[in-house]
Design a protein around this ligand. Structure first.
Ligand SMILES: [Mg+2]
Length: 383
């Protein structure tokens, strides 16, 4: 039996909540984000987008584009409260809800017909109920997989509903630019353009052998699948959350290696705290570093065993740090994240015996050089 996946995405969520709570802001360009010198736009209302303001844009640029805009700091507690009301609506239809962020989620509606009617009916109902019950506009896409559902809701923005049945997938995707397919960023799109490939149809009609020759077998095969609207990734419900991360943008670039390591350690400890609080262990640790020039790098490694141990996570993050160079130019943002989470109930007890812990650290050191990690006198990870 084919799958039915729904993607729901709130329109300009943070800005819309601000406009909902303060009617004086309605119809005006509202920009929510960091207001400091290094601030970044989190969400811009559609009125602000008309001036070219986009999310993730430096706030200084947004101010230049839209000088009469209304600039507000985010109120995450309030957004989380609204998101909670939206989630409650979604859970009425299936427990298989995968929240992507506060304002976006996938639902697996496969096999829910007997309880709720056809997936198309559910999509229409969710699309009607969210604005009715929250006062906020949303876009909804329904399709045979996550890829198609997401592209469908994106195309329906703002406020629309788009239903793509399996037999309609190719006709729906074909005329769109390749950039709509996930995983195809500006770099890949640019390379595809240099081969004369602009639309999904162009990509689909390209010999898979050529794609493999140009992009390597793995990426080539993936591009062929995406162009055919094939995506088998499952909807992963919330309690099986896949990752957690913590990042920080610095008001002034960091240059001092000591200070950089201290920040990484702090972030690692914060991540470990959250892991612990949510009852998970992580098998994967990753770091994210944005240099002053905005180039962003990530590195990740798999731990020998899942853990929520702050020292181990910090050790791994510091080891990963040694795999990057280019510190001289300064660091703008640091992030530490964990992935491949498993419920802490699966904890292997022997992990926390001290000799096991040091054994694991030894293995890390052997892998990344003795210089990479050592354990400080207070049990804190230091280099
Ligand atoms: Mg959204």
């Amino acid at each position: 039996m084919g799958r039915w996946i729904l993607h729901v995405d709130m329109d300009a969520f943070y800005a819309s909540v601000e406009q909902l709570d303060n009617p004086g802001l309605r119809g005006k360009p509202v920009i929510v984000g960091g207001l400091g010198p290094r601030g970044v736009v989190a969400t811009a209302s559609y009125e602000a987008r008309r001036f070219g303001v986009r999310s993730a844009m430096p706030m200084a640029k947004a101010r230049a584009l839209c000088p009469h805009g209304i600039f507000l700091p985010p109120r995450f507690d309030r957004y989380a409260e609204v998101a909670d009301r939206i989630r409650k609506i979604l859970y009425e239809y299936t427990p298989l809800v995968e929240p992507i962020s506060l304002d976006e989620a996938f639902l697996d509606l496969t096999g829910t017909e007997r309880l709720h009617g056809s997936p198309a009916r559910v999509a229409r109902e969710i699309h009607r109920r969210i604005p009715q019950e929250t006062g906020l506009s949303c876009s909804v896409g329904l399709g045979p997989n996550k890829l198609v559902a997401k592209v469908a809701s994106d195309r329906a923005k703002p406020g629309g509903l788009s239903i793509v049945p399996p037999e309609g997938v190719q006709g729906f995707l074909d005329p769109l630019p390749v950039e709509v397919l996930w995983g195809i960023g500006p770099v890949t799109a640019g390379r595809l353009r240099s081969f004369g490939i602009r639309t999904v149809r162009d990509l689909r009609e390209t010999d898979p052998g050529l794609l493999s020759a140009w992009f390597g077998p793995r990426v080539g095969a993936q591009l062929s699948r995406l162009a055919r609207g094939i995506d088998e990734s499952p909807v992963v419900p919330e309690r099986e959350a896949k990752s957690l991360s913590q990042e920080r943008t610095f008001p002034v670039d960091l240059h001092d290696p000591q200070a950089i390591r201290a920040e990484v350690r702090k972030l690692a400890l914060a991540v470990a705290d959250r892991l612990h609080a949510q009852g998970y262990l992580a098998r994967l640790v990753r770091i994210k570093v944005r240099f002053a020039c905005f180039a962003t790098h990530t590195r990740q490694m798999r731990l020998p065993e899942p853990t929520d141990n702050a020292v181990l996570i910090a050790e791994a993050a510091l080891a990963l740090l040694t795999r990057l160079s280019g510190w001289e130019e300064g660091v703008r943002l640091l992030g530490v994240g964990v992935g491949e989470l498993v419920p802490a109930g699966f904890r292997t007890l022997h992990l926390f015996a001290p000799e096991e812990l040091s054994h694991t650290i030894l293995k890390l050191r052997r892998k990344f050089g003795a210089d990479a990690v050592t354990l400080g006198p207070d049990g804190d990870a230091v280099r």
